[in-house]
Write a protein that binds this ligand. Structure first.
Ligand code: NAD
Ligand code: IPM
Ligand code: MN
Length: 374
Protein backbone atom coordinates (compact mmCIF):
# COMPACT_ATOMS: atom_id res chain seq x y z
CA UNK A 1 0.00 0.00 0.00
CA UNK A 2 1.04 3.62 -0.50
CA UNK A 3 2.95 4.91 2.49
CA UNK A 4 1.00 6.59 5.25
CA UNK A 5 2.60 9.81 6.36
CA UNK A 6 3.22 10.10 10.06
CA UNK A 7 4.54 13.12 11.94
CA UNK A 8 6.14 12.09 15.23
CA UNK A 9 6.36 14.78 17.92
CA UNK A 10 7.95 13.23 21.03
CA UNK A 11 7.87 16.43 23.10
CA UNK A 12 9.24 16.69 26.61
CA UNK A 13 9.93 14.68 29.75
CA UNK A 14 8.91 11.06 29.28
CA UNK A 15 7.49 11.92 25.83
CA UNK A 16 10.66 10.93 23.94
CA UNK A 17 11.07 7.83 26.12
CA UNK A 18 7.63 6.42 25.40
CA UNK A 19 7.74 7.50 21.75
CA UNK A 20 10.94 5.50 21.21
CA UNK A 21 8.90 2.38 22.03
CA UNK A 22 6.16 3.36 19.60
CA UNK A 23 8.76 3.69 16.86
CA UNK A 24 9.78 0.06 17.50
CA UNK A 25 6.15 -0.94 17.02
CA UNK A 26 5.81 1.12 13.84
CA UNK A 27 8.93 -0.57 12.48
CA UNK A 28 7.51 -3.97 13.34
CA UNK A 29 4.34 -3.32 11.36
CA UNK A 30 6.42 -2.14 8.40
CA UNK A 31 8.62 -5.23 8.51
CA UNK A 32 5.86 -7.76 9.14
CA UNK A 33 2.53 -6.49 7.90
CA UNK A 34 3.31 -4.94 4.55
CA UNK A 35 2.58 -1.45 5.79
CA UNK A 36 4.68 1.48 4.83
CA UNK A 37 5.02 4.61 6.89
CA UNK A 38 6.69 7.79 5.82
CA UNK A 39 7.81 8.98 9.25
CA UNK A 40 9.16 12.43 10.03
CA UNK A 41 10.18 13.70 13.45
CA UNK A 42 9.85 17.21 14.77
CA UNK A 43 9.73 19.27 17.96
CA UNK A 44 6.82 20.39 20.13
CA UNK A 45 6.54 21.93 23.59
CA UNK A 46 9.56 22.81 25.67
CA UNK A 47 11.92 21.11 23.24
CA UNK A 48 10.60 23.31 20.42
CA UNK A 49 10.94 26.36 22.65
CA UNK A 50 14.57 25.49 23.38
CA UNK A 51 15.35 25.31 19.66
CA UNK A 52 12.97 27.82 18.07
CA UNK A 53 11.87 30.07 20.93
CA UNK A 54 8.24 29.01 20.42
CA UNK A 55 6.41 25.85 21.57
CA UNK A 56 5.40 25.01 17.99
CA UNK A 57 7.17 26.33 14.90
CA UNK A 58 5.03 27.40 11.96
CA UNK A 59 6.75 24.83 9.72
CA UNK A 60 5.83 22.08 12.17
CA UNK A 61 2.22 23.31 12.23
CA UNK A 62 2.16 23.27 8.42
CA UNK A 63 3.54 19.71 8.35
CA UNK A 64 0.92 18.57 10.86
CA UNK A 65 -1.80 19.85 8.52
CA UNK A 66 -0.48 17.72 5.68
CA UNK A 67 0.24 14.31 7.18
CA UNK A 68 -2.19 11.41 7.56
CA UNK A 69 -1.63 11.38 11.32
CA UNK A 70 0.36 13.10 14.06
CA UNK A 71 1.71 11.10 17.01
CA UNK A 72 2.53 13.15 20.07
CA UNK A 73 4.30 12.11 23.28
CA UNK A 74 3.79 14.75 25.96
CA UNK A 75 4.70 18.36 26.61
CA UNK A 76 5.59 20.46 29.61
CA UNK A 77 7.89 20.49 32.59
CA UNK A 78 9.07 22.57 35.54
CA UNK A 79 11.84 24.14 33.44
CA UNK A 80 9.15 26.01 31.50
CA UNK A 81 6.79 26.93 34.32
CA UNK A 82 7.86 30.57 34.46
CA UNK A 83 7.64 31.25 30.73
CA UNK A 84 5.18 33.79 29.43
CA UNK A 85 1.79 32.13 29.00
CA UNK A 86 1.90 32.30 25.20
CA UNK A 87 5.23 30.45 25.12
CA UNK A 88 4.38 27.62 27.49
CA UNK A 89 4.83 24.09 26.10
CA UNK A 90 1.10 23.40 26.52
CA UNK A 91 0.32 26.21 24.05
CA UNK A 92 2.04 24.17 21.33
CA UNK A 93 -0.31 21.28 21.88
CA UNK A 94 -3.36 23.54 22.10
CA UNK A 95 -2.37 25.22 18.83
CA UNK A 96 -2.19 21.84 17.10
CA UNK A 97 -5.62 20.89 18.38
CA UNK A 98 -7.17 24.24 17.47
CA UNK A 99 -5.64 24.80 14.03
CA UNK A 100 -6.21 21.20 12.95
CA UNK A 101 -9.76 21.62 14.30
CA UNK A 102 -9.58 18.32 16.20
CA UNK A 103 -12.90 18.73 17.94
CA UNK A 104 -13.51 15.13 19.03
CA UNK A 105 -11.11 13.67 21.56
CA UNK A 106 -11.68 9.96 22.09
CA UNK A 107 -10.41 8.70 25.42
CA UNK A 108 -11.21 5.03 25.92
CA UNK A 109 -10.76 3.49 29.36
CA UNK A 110 -10.56 -0.27 29.32
CA UNK A 111 -9.64 -2.47 32.21
CA UNK A 112 -7.20 -5.19 31.22
CA UNK A 113 -7.96 -8.24 33.32
CA UNK A 114 -4.33 -8.59 34.37
CA UNK A 115 -4.53 -5.16 35.97
CA UNK A 116 -7.95 -5.42 37.60
CA UNK A 117 -6.43 -5.83 41.06
CA UNK A 118 -4.25 -2.87 40.44
CA UNK A 119 -7.07 -0.41 39.98
CA UNK A 120 -7.74 1.77 42.99
CA UNK A 121 -11.29 0.40 42.87
CA UNK A 122 -12.31 -3.16 43.70
CA UNK A 123 -11.87 -5.82 41.02
CA UNK A 124 -15.65 -6.47 40.94
CA UNK A 125 -16.26 -2.84 40.05
CA UNK A 126 -13.80 -2.57 37.16
CA UNK A 127 -13.60 -6.06 35.64
CA UNK A 128 -14.49 -5.87 31.98
CA UNK A 129 -14.76 -2.09 32.07
CA UNK A 130 -14.87 -0.59 28.56
CA UNK A 131 -15.99 3.00 28.34
CA UNK A 132 -15.25 5.77 25.89
CA UNK A 133 -15.11 9.41 26.86
CA UNK A 134 -15.64 11.78 23.94
CA UNK A 135 -14.26 15.13 25.01
CA UNK A 136 -14.92 18.29 23.00
CA UNK A 137 -11.42 19.59 22.33
CA UNK A 138 -11.36 22.88 20.44
CA UNK A 139 -13.74 25.15 22.29
CA UNK A 140 -15.26 25.85 25.69
CA UNK A 141 -13.39 27.54 28.49
CA UNK A 142 -10.01 26.53 27.02
CA UNK A 143 -10.49 28.94 24.11
CA UNK A 144 -13.44 31.23 24.94
CA UNK A 145 -13.06 35.02 24.83
CA UNK A 146 -12.72 37.24 26.75
CA UNK A 147 -9.82 35.80 28.66
CA UNK A 148 -6.79 37.13 30.47
CA UNK A 149 -5.49 38.63 33.67
CA UNK A 150 -6.44 42.25 34.21
CA UNK A 151 -6.03 45.04 36.71
CA UNK A 152 -9.24 45.63 38.58
CA UNK A 153 -8.99 49.42 38.45
CA UNK A 154 -8.66 50.71 41.97
CA UNK A 155 -11.41 48.51 43.33
CA UNK A 156 -11.04 48.83 47.10
CA UNK A 157 -12.97 45.61 47.64
CA UNK A 158 -10.49 43.48 45.70
CA UNK A 159 -7.42 42.79 47.77
CA UNK A 160 -4.54 42.32 45.30
CA UNK A 161 -6.36 44.31 42.63
CA UNK A 162 -6.38 41.74 39.79
CA UNK A 163 -8.99 39.68 37.91
CA UNK A 164 -8.44 36.40 36.05
CA UNK A 165 -10.97 35.71 33.31
CA UNK A 166 -11.87 32.72 31.16
CA UNK A 167 -15.07 32.23 29.26
CA UNK A 168 -17.06 29.07 28.77
CA UNK A 169 -18.56 29.52 25.32
CA UNK A 170 -20.16 26.94 23.05
CA UNK A 171 -22.05 27.37 19.80
CA UNK A 172 -24.81 24.96 18.89
CA UNK A 173 -22.75 23.87 15.87
CA UNK A 174 -19.80 22.96 18.06
CA UNK A 175 -22.02 20.90 20.33
CA UNK A 176 -23.84 19.15 17.49
CA UNK A 177 -20.70 18.01 15.71
CA UNK A 178 -19.13 16.43 18.77
CA UNK A 179 -22.48 14.88 19.72
CA UNK A 180 -22.61 13.28 16.25
CA UNK A 181 -19.16 11.80 16.81
CA UNK A 182 -20.34 10.33 20.11
CA UNK A 183 -23.52 8.83 18.62
CA UNK A 184 -21.63 7.40 15.63
CA UNK A 185 -19.12 5.74 17.95
CA UNK A 186 -21.86 4.47 20.26
CA UNK A 187 -23.59 2.74 17.33
CA UNK A 188 -20.48 0.62 16.88
CA UNK A 189 -20.25 -0.20 20.61
CA UNK A 190 -22.92 -0.43 23.31
CA UNK A 191 -25.36 1.98 21.63
CA UNK A 192 -25.56 4.19 24.71
CA UNK A 193 -24.54 7.81 25.20
CA UNK A 194 -24.48 9.74 28.46
CA UNK A 195 -24.00 13.49 28.04
CA UNK A 196 -22.49 15.43 30.94
CA UNK A 197 -22.68 19.16 31.67
CA UNK A 198 -23.86 21.43 34.44
CA UNK A 199 -27.16 22.66 33.02
CA UNK A 200 -28.21 23.40 36.59
CA UNK A 201 -25.76 26.29 36.88
CA UNK A 202 -24.49 27.18 33.40
CA UNK A 203 -26.34 28.48 30.35
CA UNK A 204 -23.74 26.83 28.15
CA UNK A 205 -24.77 23.61 29.91
CA UNK A 206 -28.42 24.18 29.05
CA UNK A 207 -27.49 24.70 25.40
CA UNK A 208 -25.28 21.61 25.53
CA UNK A 209 -28.13 19.47 26.84
CA UNK A 210 -30.65 20.80 24.30
CA UNK A 211 -28.37 20.40 21.31
CA UNK A 212 -27.26 16.87 22.22
CA UNK A 213 -30.93 15.97 22.64
CA UNK A 214 -31.69 17.59 19.26
CA UNK A 215 -29.03 15.53 17.47
CA UNK A 216 -30.38 12.44 19.18
CA UNK A 217 -34.03 13.06 18.33
CA UNK A 218 -33.37 14.06 14.73
CA UNK A 219 -30.51 11.82 13.71
CA UNK A 220 -29.89 9.01 16.23
CA UNK A 221 -33.24 8.15 17.83
CA UNK A 222 -32.18 4.51 18.18
CA UNK A 223 -29.20 5.25 20.40
CA UNK A 224 -30.04 5.38 24.09
CA UNK A 225 -29.33 8.88 25.45
CA UNK A 226 -29.17 10.07 29.05
CA UNK A 227 -28.04 13.35 30.62
CA UNK A 228 -26.16 13.77 33.85
CA UNK A 229 -24.69 16.68 35.77
CA UNK A 230 -20.94 16.40 35.48
CA UNK A 231 -20.30 16.37 39.23
CA UNK A 232 -22.67 13.45 39.64
CA UNK A 233 -20.95 11.94 36.59
CA UNK A 234 -17.62 12.06 38.39
CA UNK A 235 -19.17 10.31 41.36
CA UNK A 236 -20.90 7.68 39.19
CA UNK A 237 -17.65 7.06 37.37
CA UNK A 238 -15.99 5.85 40.55
CA UNK A 239 -19.14 4.30 42.06
CA UNK A 240 -20.18 2.14 39.13
CA UNK A 241 -18.21 2.92 35.97
CA UNK A 242 -19.65 0.04 33.97
CA UNK A 243 -23.03 1.77 33.76
CA UNK A 244 -21.48 3.89 30.99
CA UNK A 245 -20.76 3.14 27.37
CA UNK A 246 -19.97 6.46 25.65
CA UNK A 247 -19.74 9.68 27.65
CA UNK A 248 -19.83 12.96 25.74
CA UNK A 249 -18.79 16.13 27.51
CA UNK A 250 -17.11 19.50 27.13
CA UNK A 251 -13.42 20.34 27.03
CA UNK A 252 -12.80 21.00 30.73
CA UNK A 253 -15.13 18.39 32.22
CA UNK A 254 -13.68 15.89 29.74
CA UNK A 255 -10.17 16.69 30.89
CA UNK A 256 -11.05 15.95 34.52
CA UNK A 257 -13.29 12.97 33.91
CA UNK A 258 -10.75 11.26 31.67
CA UNK A 259 -7.98 11.51 34.25
CA UNK A 260 -10.35 9.97 36.78
CA UNK A 261 -11.32 7.25 34.31
CA UNK A 262 -7.64 6.55 33.74
CA UNK A 263 -7.15 5.47 37.30
CA UNK A 264 -9.99 2.95 36.98
CA UNK A 265 -7.77 1.06 34.56
CA UNK A 266 -4.84 0.92 36.96
CA UNK A 267 -2.62 3.74 35.75
CA UNK A 268 -2.61 6.98 33.83
CA UNK A 269 0.22 5.31 31.93
CA UNK A 270 -2.32 3.02 30.23
CA UNK A 271 -4.69 5.52 28.62
CA UNK A 272 -4.45 6.39 24.91
CA UNK A 273 -6.37 9.02 23.00
CA UNK A 274 -7.29 10.05 19.49
CA UNK A 275 -8.15 13.62 18.55
CA UNK A 276 -10.15 13.71 15.35
CA UNK A 277 -11.41 16.45 13.07
CA UNK A 278 -13.85 16.45 10.20
CA UNK A 279 -13.18 14.04 7.31
CA UNK A 280 -10.69 15.28 4.71
CA UNK A 281 -11.05 14.78 0.94
CA UNK A 282 -9.70 11.23 1.24
CA UNK A 283 -12.49 10.44 3.69
CA UNK A 284 -10.18 10.15 6.70
CA UNK A 285 -10.26 12.63 9.54
CA UNK A 286 -7.43 14.95 10.42
CA UNK A 287 -5.95 13.25 13.44
CA UNK A 288 -3.54 13.51 16.31
CA UNK A 289 -2.85 10.60 18.66
CA UNK A 290 -1.41 11.04 22.11
CA UNK A 291 -1.43 9.43 25.53
CA UNK A 292 -3.71 11.05 28.11
CA UNK A 293 -0.83 11.45 30.55
CA UNK A 294 1.66 14.31 30.63
CA UNK A 295 5.43 14.59 30.62
CA UNK A 296 5.75 13.14 34.15
CA UNK A 297 8.78 15.21 35.17
CA UNK A 298 8.97 13.25 38.44
CA UNK A 299 10.07 10.09 36.63
CA UNK A 300 11.56 11.46 33.39
CA UNK A 301 14.95 10.15 32.33
CA UNK A 302 14.81 7.12 34.61
CA UNK A 303 13.42 4.45 32.30
CA UNK A 304 10.38 4.15 34.56
CA UNK A 305 7.66 5.46 32.24
CA UNK A 306 4.96 3.13 31.01
CA UNK A 307 4.93 3.29 27.19
CA UNK A 308 1.59 1.48 26.85
CA UNK A 309 -0.61 4.61 26.64
CA UNK A 310 1.49 5.88 23.75
CA UNK A 311 1.62 2.46 22.06
CA UNK A 312 -2.16 2.09 22.36
CA UNK A 313 -2.49 5.58 20.87
CA UNK A 314 -0.71 4.22 17.80
CA UNK A 315 -3.22 1.34 17.79
CA UNK A 316 -5.93 3.99 17.62
CA UNK A 317 -4.09 5.56 14.67
CA UNK A 318 -4.10 2.19 12.91
CA UNK A 319 -7.85 1.99 13.47
CA UNK A 320 -9.04 5.54 12.81
CA UNK A 321 -6.50 6.93 10.33
CA UNK A 322 -5.26 3.91 8.42
CA UNK A 323 -8.29 1.59 8.26
CA UNK A 324 -6.18 -1.16 9.83
CA UNK A 325 -8.62 -2.36 12.47
CA UNK A 326 -7.17 -5.88 12.47
CA UNK A 327 -3.66 -4.58 13.04
CA UNK A 328 -4.96 -2.34 15.85
CA UNK A 329 -6.61 -5.34 17.53
CA UNK A 330 -3.44 -7.36 17.08
CA UNK A 331 -1.43 -4.67 18.84
CA UNK A 332 -3.97 -4.43 21.65
CA UNK A 333 -3.82 -8.21 22.12
CA UNK A 334 -0.02 -8.08 22.28
CA UNK A 335 -0.25 -5.49 25.07
CA UNK A 336 -2.78 -7.65 26.89
CA UNK A 337 -0.55 -10.70 26.60
CA UNK A 338 2.52 -8.91 27.95
CA UNK A 339 0.50 -7.70 30.92
CA UNK A 340 -0.97 -11.16 31.49
CA UNK A 341 2.58 -12.51 31.50
CA UNK A 342 3.32 -10.20 34.42
CA UNK A 343 5.50 -7.47 32.92
CA UNK A 344 5.09 -4.34 35.04
CA UNK A 345 6.54 -0.86 34.71
CA UNK A 346 6.92 0.92 38.05
CA UNK A 347 3.48 2.54 37.89
CA UNK A 348 1.91 -0.94 37.63
CA UNK A 349 3.79 -2.52 40.52
CA UNK A 350 1.29 -3.43 43.20
CA UNK A 351 1.26 -5.81 46.14
CA UNK A 352 0.53 -8.76 43.83
CA UNK A 353 3.95 -8.34 42.26
CA UNK A 354 4.98 -9.12 38.71
CA UNK A 355 8.17 -8.74 36.75
CA UNK A 356 9.55 -5.21 36.98
CA UNK A 357 10.50 -3.91 33.56
CA UNK A 358 11.87 -0.64 32.23
CA UNK A 359 10.24 1.48 29.54
CA UNK A 360 12.31 -0.07 26.78
CA UNK A 361 11.91 -3.63 28.10
CA UNK A 362 8.14 -3.12 28.04
CA UNK A 363 8.38 -1.98 24.40
CA UNK A 364 10.60 -4.94 23.51
CA UNK A 365 8.18 -7.38 25.11
CA UNK A 366 5.26 -5.96 23.20
CA UNK A 367 7.19 -6.25 19.94
CA UNK A 368 8.15 -9.82 20.88
CA UNK A 369 4.50 -10.64 21.61
CA UNK A 370 3.60 -9.29 18.16
CA UNK A 371 6.29 -11.42 16.59
CA UNK A 372 4.89 -14.64 17.98
CA UNK A 373 1.61 -13.95 16.20
CA UNK A 374 2.69 -14.09 12.58
P1 NAD B 1 1.42 13.82 34.42
O1 NAD B 1 0.42 13.05 33.66
O2 NAD B 1 2.65 14.19 33.70
O3 NAD B 1 1.83 12.99 35.72
C1 NAD B 1 0.90 12.67 36.77
C2 NAD B 1 1.43 11.46 37.55
O4 NAD B 1 1.30 10.27 36.77
C3 NAD B 1 2.92 11.56 37.90
O5 NAD B 1 3.14 10.99 39.16
C4 NAD B 1 3.59 10.72 36.83
O6 NAD B 1 4.81 10.15 37.23
C5 NAD B 1 2.55 9.65 36.55
N1 NAD B 1 2.61 9.21 35.16
C6 NAD B 1 2.13 9.90 34.09
N2 NAD B 1 2.37 9.23 32.96
C7 NAD B 1 3.00 8.09 33.32
C8 NAD B 1 3.52 6.98 32.58
N3 NAD B 1 3.43 6.89 31.24
N4 NAD B 1 4.12 5.99 33.27
C9 NAD B 1 4.21 6.05 34.60
N5 NAD B 1 3.74 7.07 35.35
C10 NAD B 1 3.15 8.08 34.72
O7 NAD B 1 0.68 15.13 34.97
P2 NAD B 1 1.27 16.39 35.77
O8 NAD B 1 2.35 15.95 36.67
O9 NAD B 1 0.10 17.06 36.30
O10 NAD B 1 1.88 17.31 34.64
C11 NAD B 1 3.26 17.35 34.28
C12 NAD B 1 3.45 18.22 33.05
O11 NAD B 1 2.82 17.56 31.93
C13 NAD B 1 2.80 19.58 33.13
O12 NAD B 1 3.66 20.49 32.48
C14 NAD B 1 1.50 19.43 32.37
O13 NAD B 1 1.02 20.62 31.81
C15 NAD B 1 1.90 18.47 31.30
N6 NAD B 1 0.82 17.68 30.74
C16 NAD B 1 0.90 17.44 29.42
C17 NAD B 1 -0.05 16.65 28.81
C18 NAD B 1 0.09 16.38 27.36
O14 NAD B 1 1.13 16.62 26.79
N7 NAD B 1 -0.92 15.88 26.71
C19 NAD B 1 -1.06 16.07 29.56
C20 NAD B 1 -1.11 16.32 30.94
C21 NAD B 1 -0.15 17.12 31.52
C1 IPM C 1 -4.54 16.75 28.41
C2 IPM C 1 -3.71 17.81 29.09
C3 IPM C 1 -3.83 19.11 28.33
C4 IPM C 1 -5.26 19.61 28.51
C5 IPM C 1 -2.84 20.21 28.68
C6 IPM C 1 -1.42 19.74 28.73
C7 IPM C 1 -2.97 21.36 27.71
O1 IPM C 1 -4.07 17.91 30.42
O2 IPM C 1 -4.30 16.49 27.22
O3 IPM C 1 -5.38 16.14 29.05
O4 IPM C 1 -5.58 20.25 29.51
O5 IPM C 1 -6.04 19.36 27.61
MN1 MN D 1 -5.49 16.36 31.09
Amino acid sequence: TAPYSLLVLPGDGIGPEVMAEVVKVVDWFQANRGMSFDVSHDLVGGSAYDTHGVPLADETMAKAQQVDAVLLGAVGGPKYDDLDFSLKPERGLLRLRKEMDLFANLRPAQCFDALADFSSLKREVVTGLDILIVRELTSGVYFGEPRGIHDDGNNPENEGGRVGINTQRYTSGEIRRVARSAFELAKRRGNKVCSMEKANVMESGILWREEVQWVHDNEYPDVELSHMYADNGAMQLVRNPRQFDVIVTDNLFGDLLSDAAAMLTGSLGMLPSASLGAPMENGRPKALYEPVHGSAPDIAGQGKANPIACILSFAMALRYSFDQGDAAAELERAVEKVLADGARTADLMGPEGGTPVSTSEMGDRIVAALSTRT
